[in-house]
Design a protein around this ligand. Structure first.
Ligand SMILES: [Mn+2]
Length: 361
């Protein structure tokens, strides 16, 4: 297992590489070229400069997140071929600088969704991301996007870039006529276009789940259950077509048995990376993000780490969203302190599991 940390890049992330390097057990980043719009080629020089900079700080950069899939690909428009060719070029350029896994998602239009980015947790005064379907009320998707942008402490949020959402209404109208089956066909076309390149250069694609883990605004979403992922991995049968199991995203639906899902795809060798975090259920389609500690939420983090240890012990893990604690101001979900605590806790679980397993031999 390699413990990693999400970082947005110099000038875009208030956290420094030096701070990340000082977290115990941190091997490297899940990096991102945050300035890239969906569909744009990640040029070799840009990838090289980013990765060299990370290496200089004593960290690895074998995983890259958010190489965003252009909406035309998801919608199956004729223009998709050019965007798929661009995507292949980005894969090649990232492979040349040592990237082994690319995390992406295939969610139509909207990325992750919350109704409050800084909900105060009454017990201790920290705050975290929060979702209550009832709060969506009569808000239109456009209003939600605007609210999200407003409350993000001045940072643009991954997946919520204003450029990408400018044509929101039009895109939403288009999706009214697209079924999940249509989406799966478009998804297959995309995978058929890129996976041969991945196989050639040794890069795994890892699909991040829908967040929250159910369809929103009637959009055709596919990646929020074991059944959904089973379909996705079968669309193009290759060891390079993998999943990024995000325990918090999948775990927002209490029907998802996270350790069992990890074991299922781990045994198939289809886990490219893991995001590990905890959630606290507050009711139907209602949750907030908790600290990583099992006792603070509803997921069993020991069982999750044990499932990883047993079925995909060589994968990449990162702590996912953290709470804002100790008066930190930063990107919602992506502060330094609570994620560092999360990494340390997960490393502690791992050490105990590992020592137990070795003592039993
Ligand atoms: Mn995640």
């Amino acid at each position: 297992m390699k413990m990693t940390f999400r970082w947005y890049g110099e000038g875009r992330d208030p956290i420094s590489l030096k701070q990340i390097r000082q977290i115990p057990g941190m091997s490297g980043l899940m990096g991102v070229l945050d300035e890239k719009a969906a569909g744009e080629v990640w040029q070799y020089d840009e990838c090289k400069a980013y990765v060299d900079h990370v290496h200089e700080a004593g960290l690895e950069c074998e995983v890259i997140e958010s190489v965003n899939v252009h909406e035309d690909i998801k919608m199956g428009l004729p223009t998709r071929d050019q965007y798929i060719a661009n995507y292949c070029e980005s894969i090649r350029n990232l492979a040349k600088v040592g990237v082994k896994v690319i995390i992406y998602n295939f969610m139509p239009v909207l990325d992750w969704l919350r109704t409050d980015l800084a909900r105060v947790i009454p017990e201790d005064g920290s705050n975290s991301l929060y979702f209550d379907e009832k709060d969506l009320g009569n808000m239109t998707p456009l209003e939600i996007v605007q609210n999200t942008a407003k409350s993000s402490n001045g940072f643009s949020l991954p997946g919520w870039e204003p450029e990408r959402l400018a044509e929101l209404e039009k895109t939403l109208a288009f999706y009214k006529n697209i079924t999940v089956e249509d989406m799966l066909a478009n998804y297959k076309y995309f995978l058929d276009g890129i996976i041969p390149t991945c196989e050639e250069v040794g890069v795994k694609m890892a699909c991040h789940p829908d967040d929250p883990a159910w369809p929103i605004f009637g959009l055709p979403r596919m990646a929020h259950s074991q059944e959904g992922y089973d379909k996705i991995v079968k669309l193009h049968d290759s060891p390079c077509n993998t999943v990024c199991l995000c325990t918090g995203s999948l775990g927002s639906d209490p029907n998802n048995d996270i350790p069992a899902i990890i074991r299922h795809f781990g045994e198939m060798d289809r886990i490219g990376a893991m995001h590990v975090r905890n959630v606290k259920y507050l009711g139907y389609h209602h949750f907030r993000e908790a600290s990583h500690l099992s006792a603070d939420g509803d997921l069993d983090m020991y069982a999750i780490m044990k499932a990883i240890y047993d079925t995909c012990p060589d994968t990449y893990i990162r702590p996912d969203h953290g709470r804002m604690i100790w008066d930190e101001v930063g990107r919602p979900g992506y502060g330094l302190y609570d994620r560092a605590l999360g990494a340390t806790y997960l490393n502690g679980l791992w050490e105990a599991i590992d020592k137990n397993a070795k003592a039993a031999k």
